[in-house]
Structure formats: structure tokens, C-alpha cells
Design a protein around this ligand. Structure first.
Ligand code: SF4
Length: 474
């Protein structure tokens, strides 16, 4: 037997990459075929350039527009946008999408939602596909077994005009998650722990594949949350090999293959998981059974700590740059070293964003809030109209409202606040979103990233609380 003829074992990412290279280059970027490209209202720059150059969308059937970043969450009427300029952006997107001939989920569409929620929900995000979107958190779609990455507006224009993109092949990182997570610990806690280990630049230049026994205990929503935030460690993509959980979820969805095409696709998808013996440039292992519910204390997503912890002391850091950054973060967050995280009071909660606005996220939050009252204001923003409808069918909206929280229409909302959903200056927010940067949720606003369960727990106690102490007590 001539072993030299056998193809070397490849990772999931490498298999997808190899299938999509149109023009390989031994050095520098290769030209990749893009299966599906998703855009939002911020695409006006790309459309302006495209139209100015006399170009059109090369393949409208592979482009999807979703209105989410600028839309009001108080209604489905663009006239309720906070400013005339924001309304103009929403209407401009309507105009551009009509011109493009591509699929469009407008603010009034019954299947509208956040780009990274709508993609999997509509079956746009398929195993083995290459997906681009003009939003940083495009890595979310990697949970469906896809290679997905965010692009800027000029790259977005390139994809719309050519259905291809020049990309440098990243290195391969495996994050092995073993053990069964404790009750009260979910995908958000796990990814905050991963980012805390890696740091915000620890995965720069890598595609990260999650493997390990813990995956069997995690829902698809948990996986989407983890891939979503993988870019907060600097990675280009996060991905997980598709299995029956993904296949069953996708079956029959709008843009998934049907009939014989489904059978054929399924056979191909089942060949995609990383081969035994494939090479990863770096491996990180985490025993998730040891994790507690997490929250961030600082102004970068890698500042996650277990709820039992205390605010760290920057003077313990030997690196002067890290020490200065930690001191600046503490000053902005108005925190003192040694303070128990569970004693930090909050002013507001936000349950939503493409990280944590899916049905299981809402169910988990509602389980904590049921029969209790929030002592701080807050909003709950479902990830899509379909999720909102499903949540209402289960009565979750009533649980949130009875607890004193607002139940809003789908959109990015307080994740980024472009639509005006912002906290007040100096407020401290327990937020299920993905970024705690300075000013992300408004000038002077202090954002702590948490899971939906931890956000709900903080809402009812008024301070960060180990959600496990509230579980099953109602
Ligand atoms: S919710 Fe936030 S991260 Fe997600 S698509 Fe919207 S702005 Fe981007």
C-alpha cells in the first residue's frame, strides 16, 4: 500500500477552505468562493460604491439583507427611529435591497431579526459553507459547521460584485471542552472562561474549532453563543463540526436544501468533521465541570471571572502595560480591588443581542424571573420575530413583564445602541451582549457581560448574584 498517495488528515476548517479556493496562492491571500453573504443597514457604503461603479449584485440568490442594527425596538415602524438620520438609513436599506433583487428581511418582515440569529434560523447557514457578513460577530454561524467571518464594507462590496473574496488562510486552534457543565453554567460562561484564558489577542491569526465531551451537554444555542464570542479572543472564525443536533435543526428550513438535494448535502456534511490525527497549531483544554457562572469586571471581554471571585488588584501584574490597562479599566468601571463580585450593585439589565437572544436564552432568564420582581429597569429583546412569537406562545413575555422588564421588538438594541437603546451615563449594566468596551452602551456606561441566567439573577437582587442560589426556589 502506498501511503504517500493518501491525503493527509485535515481539520474541519481546512476541508471547507480547500473546497472553496478559487485561486490558490502559496504566499498571501487566496481567492475564496463565498456561498452566502449577509448584510444589514450599515451596508449603505458598500451599495454606494457598487452603484457608483456601475456594478450589480452578481448573484442575488446568495445575498441576504436583514434590518437589525438601526431599527427601533419599540415598534416596527421606521418613523419611530430616534432621529431623522437613523430613519433615513433604514429607508435607504429598503431602497438598496429593492434595487439588489436579493432576499430581504425588512423591519416589517415577520421573519426579521438579528443577522446572526436569522441566518441559522432561516437555514442560510449550512455546514461546510463559507459565510460572510458585514458584522464582526459573523463567527456565530460557525456553530452550524460553517466557515464564517466578518468583513468590512469594501470587502462586502467585493463579495456582492464577485461572490468571492481574497483571504489569508488562518492557523488552526483546537479548544477542547471536557466534562459536564454544572447547572447554572452555559455557553456564555464557557466562552467567557475561554476568552479569559486566551486574552483578547490570544487567537489572532487562528480559526478556532471547539471539540470535546462537553459539546454533548450544550444546546445549539449555547454553541452559537460560543462561536459568536470567539472573535473576542481575536480569532477569524469559531466553528464546531455539525452533528445530528445541527442537521435536525436545519431540516426543512427556508434556505436549506430539500428532497434529494438534502440527502446529498447530508452525505457531504457528514464527511466534514476533522480527521483523526489532523494537525492543530495550538490546543487549549478546559474542564468545564469546574466552571462557575461568570461575569466580566473590566472593559475588555477577557476580564471574565467566576462569580465567587473578587475584583483583581492591578498591582499584582508585572507587565506595566497590562497594569496600566487594568488601572484604567478599574477607574472607568468605578471598582476597587478586592471587592467581592457578588456585592457589585447594578442599575439596569439587558437581555438580548446575537449572543444571547434565542429561545433557550429567554427560557433560562424567564425561569429565574418567574414569580419574582426585578428591582432595576431592563429590557428583553428577542433575537427574531420567530423567537418572539415562540416565546409569547409559551407566555415568556408575560413572565418578563410581570417581573417589571420591558418586552421589545427584535433588533441589535443595547448591544451597540445605534438605534438609541442606551443606558444612562455612569449606569452599571448586567448585559448578555458580547462587548463591554468603554462607551459601548452609552457614554460612561459600565457594562458587565453575563449569561441570561446571571442577568436575570442580578435583576431580581439588584447586584451580581450566583444564579445557582436562586434556581428552583420559586
Ligand atoms: S447584536 Fe451586536 S454584535 Fe450582534 S449583530 Fe447586532 S450589533 Fe453586531
Amino acid at each position: 500500500m502506498n501511503l504517500s498517495l493518501a491525503s493527509p488528515p485535515r481539520t474541519l476548517f481546512e476541508k471547507i477552505w480547500d473546497q472553496h479556493v478559487v485561486m490558490p496562492r502559496s504566499a498571501g491571500p487566496s481567492l475564496l468562493y463565498i456561498d452566502r453573504h449577509i448584510i444589514h443597514e450599515g451596508s449603505f457604503h458598500a451599495f454606494k460604491d457598487l452603484r457608483a461603479r456601475g456594478l450589480t449584485i452578481r448573484n442575488p440568490q446568495q445575498v441576504f439583507g436583514v434590518a437589525d442594527h438601526y431599527v427601533p425596538t419599540t415598534s416596527r415602524d421606521p418613523n419611530d427611529a430616534i432621529t431623522a438620520e437613523i430613519k433615513e438609513v433604514i429607508l435607504k436599506f429598503d431602497d438598496n435591497m429593492k434595487w439588489s433583487g436579493a432576499h430581504y428581511f425588512s423591519i416589517k418582515d415577520p421573519q426579521q431579526g438579528i443577522v446572526h440569529v436569522v441566518g441559522p434560523e432561516q437555514g442560510m447557514s449550512l455546514p461546510g459553507s463559507v459565510i460572510t457578513c458585514s458584522d464582526s460577530h459573523t463567527s456565530t454561524h460557525g456553530a452550524m459547521g460553517a466557515m464564517a467571518f466578518g468583513v468590512g464594507q469594501s470587502e462586502s462590496m467585493h463579495v456582492m460584485a464577485t461572490q468571492t473574496l481574497w483571504q489569508a488562510k488562518p492557523l488552526q486552534m483546537r479548544v477542547e471542552l471536557n466534562g459536564k457543565p454544572a447547572a447554572g453554567v452555559g455557553g456564555k460562561d464557557i466562552i467567557l472562561a475561554v476568552i479569559a484564558k486566551l486574552g483578547v489577542a490570544g487567537a489572532v491569526g487562528f480559526a478556532v474549532e471547539y471539540t470535546g465531551s462537553a459539546l454533548q451537554w450544550l444546546s445549539l444555542d449555547d454553541r452559537l453563543t460560543m462561536c459568536n464570542m470567539t472573535i473576542e479572543a481575536g480569532a477569524r472564525s469559531g466553528l464546531i463540526a455539525a452533528d445530528d443536533l445541527v442537521f435536525n435543526y436545519l431540516y426543512g428550513r427556508n434556505f436549506a436544501p430539500k428532497g434529494a438535494a438534502w440527502d446529498q448535502a447530508l452525505r457531504e456534511w457528514q464527511q466534514l468533521p476533522s480527521d483523526d490525527g489532523c494537525h492543530f497549531d495550538q490546543t487549549l483544554s478546559i474542564d468545564v465541570a469546574q466552571l462557575s457562572p461568570m461575569l466580566t469586571w473590566g472593559t475588555t471581554p477577557d476580564t471574565g471571572l467566576a462569580i465567587e471571585g473578587v475584583v483583581p488588584d492591578p498591582s499584582a501584574l508585572s507587565d506595566p502595560h497590562a497594569r496600566d490597562a487594568a488601572l484604567a479599566a478599574l477607574a472607568y468601571m468605578d471598582l476597587t480591588p478586592g471587592t467581592a463580585l457578588s456585592t457589585i450593585n447594578i442599575d439596569r439589565v439587558f437581555i438580548g443581542s446575537c449572543t444571547n437572544s434565542r429561545l433557550s436564552d429567554l427560557r433560562i432568564a424567564a425561569d429565574i424571573l418567574r414569580g419574582r420582581r426585578a428591582v432595576v429597569p431592563g429590557i428583553v429583546v428577542a433575537g427574531s420575530m420567530l423567537i418572539k412569537q415562540a416565546a409569547e406562545a409559551e407566555g415568556l413575555d408575560k413572565v418578563f413583564q410581570a417581573a417589571g422588564l420591558e418586552w421589545r421588538e427584535p433588533g441589535c438594541s443595547m448591544c451597540v445602541g445605534i438605534n438609541g437603546d442606551l443606558a444612562l451615563p455612569n449606569e452599571r449594566v448586567a448585559s448578555t451582549s458580547n462587548r463591554n468596551f468603554v462607551g459601548r452602551q452609552g457614554p460612561g456606561v459600565r457594562t458587565h457581560l453575563v449569561s441570561p441566567a446571571m442577568a436575570a439573577a442580578a435583576a431580581v437582587t439588584g447586584h451580581f448574584t450566583d444564579v445557582r442560589t436562586l434556581m428552583g426556589q420559586q
